[in-house]
Design a protein around this ligand. Structure first.
Ligand code: MN
Length: 173
């Protein structure tokens, strides 16, 4: 065997081995991708939300997102935005039990928050990212639709957040 033949055989073997390894790596990546995709995401990934229009001493809207088995809540004095470009103050309030999401009616005089409570919007939402100071989620309600963001305004105190609707499709430059 000539030296050049020997070298070309080695080259062929190397290429074949790399191809095989590449395919194996590809298969592994495919497997990982599969296990990373949560099953039944359509139903499992959706959580409930409700917005209560609350005719208390000061009219406000209580925006409530199902999180960890409860309704995490924010009082929105001017109401949640339904269009882009509107930023609304949202003051975090105490969590409520999930069942409270169905409540509509009159909170009696003398009780905290006395006044009429109406469901302004309800439906499901999908959390996209939940961090300490920023929550991005996709709303699937009758009035609130599309991607939203809640961002904590640290400079205004720990309970003050801004709620706004985001662009549903980011434009690429
Ligand atoms: Mn309220």
């Amino acid at each position: 065997m000539k030296k050049s033949d020997d070298a070309s055989m080695k080259e062929k073997w190397r290429a074949a081995r790399e191809k095989m390894e590449g395919e194996e790596i590809g298969k592994e990546a495919e497997k990982k991708k599969e296990t990373k995709t949560p099953k039944g995401r359509k139903s499992g990934g959706e959580l409930s939300f409700v917005v209560h229009e609350h005719h208390a001493t000061n009219l406000h809207w209580d925006f409530r997102l199902e999180m960890d088995g409860a309704l995490r809540s924010w009082a929105v004095p001017k109401g949640p935005p339904t269009v882009e470009g509107v930023r609304r103050l949202a003051v975090e309030t105490e969590e409520h039990a999930l069942e409270y999401g169905k409540f509509e009616g009159e909170i009696p005089e003398g009780q905290y928050g006395a006044g009429q409570v109406i469901i302004w919007d309800k439906g499901t939402y999908e959390p996209e990212s939940v961090h300490e100071d920023k929550i991005v989620f996709v709303m699937n309600g009758a009035k609130m639709k599309g991607k939203y963001c809640l961002i904590r305004m640290a400079s205004m105190g720990p309970k003050n957040w801004l709620l706004f609707k985001m662009k549903d499709k980011e434009k690429k430059e």
